[in-house]
Design a protein. Structure first.
Length: 148
C-alpha cells in the first residue's frame, strides 16, 4: 500500500515521503496513529502544492537570513561582566547575555540560535560565537567580554 508520511517514521521514511508498506502496517498502525495518510491522487496533488509553497517560503526566509547575516557580520558586540583583580569573571558569560547584547544592537536573535566556543566563558577577552539564522546560514560574530 502506498502512503504519504505526515511525520518522520524510523526505518520507513521522512515527512512528506511517498513510500510503500504492507497493508496491515499502514491500516493498523501508521494511519490510526496519524503518522501517514493513504496516497490517493488528491492527497498527492496536495502534497506537491504544499512542497511548492514550503520551498517558496524557505527561499524567502533564506534571503532574509542572508541580509541579516551580512549586517550582523559587520558588528562587534561588547558584553560587560563583573571581574576580579586577576581578570576572572564572577560567574560566566553565556548565550543569554550574548543574545541580550545583540538585541540591543537592533537584531532579534534568540539564545537558542547562538553557540559559544566553550560552554561558558569565564575570562575577559575576545571570543567568536556562531549564530544560526537559518538551516544553512550561520554567521560568526565577534564579541568582547570587558570588565565593569
Amino acid at each position: 500500500m502506498e502512503i504519504i508520511l505526515i511525520q518522520d517514521v524510523e526505518r520507513v521514511g521522512n515527512k512528506d515521503d511517498i513510500v510503500t508498506v504492507k497493508d496491515g502496517y499502514a491500516r493498523n498502525y501508521l494511519i490510526p496513529q496519524k503518522k501517514a495518510i493513504a496516497a490517493k491522487p488528491s492527497a498527492i496533488k496536495m502534497l506537491e502544492e504544499n512542497k511548492k509553497q514550503r520551498a517558496h517560503k524557505e527561499d524567502r526566509l533564506r534571503s532574509e537570513a542572508l541580509v541579516i547575516a551580512d549586517k550582523l557580520s559587520k558588528k562587534k558586540v561588547k558584553i560587560g561582566a563583573k571581574v576580579s583583580s586577576s581578570g576572572k569573571i564572577f560567574g560566566s558569560v553565556n548565550t543569554i547575555q550574548v543574545a541580550e547584547a545583540i538585541n540591543k544592537k537592533g537584531f532579534e536573535i534568540e539564545r537558542k540560535q547562538i553557540s559559544l566556543p566553550e560552554d561558558s566563558i569565564k575570562e575577559v577577552g575576545n571570543y567568536t560565537a556562531k549564530i544560526k539564522l537559518f538551516k544553512d546560514v550561520i554567521v560568526d560574530l565577534e564579541f568582547e567580554v570587558v570588565g565593569e
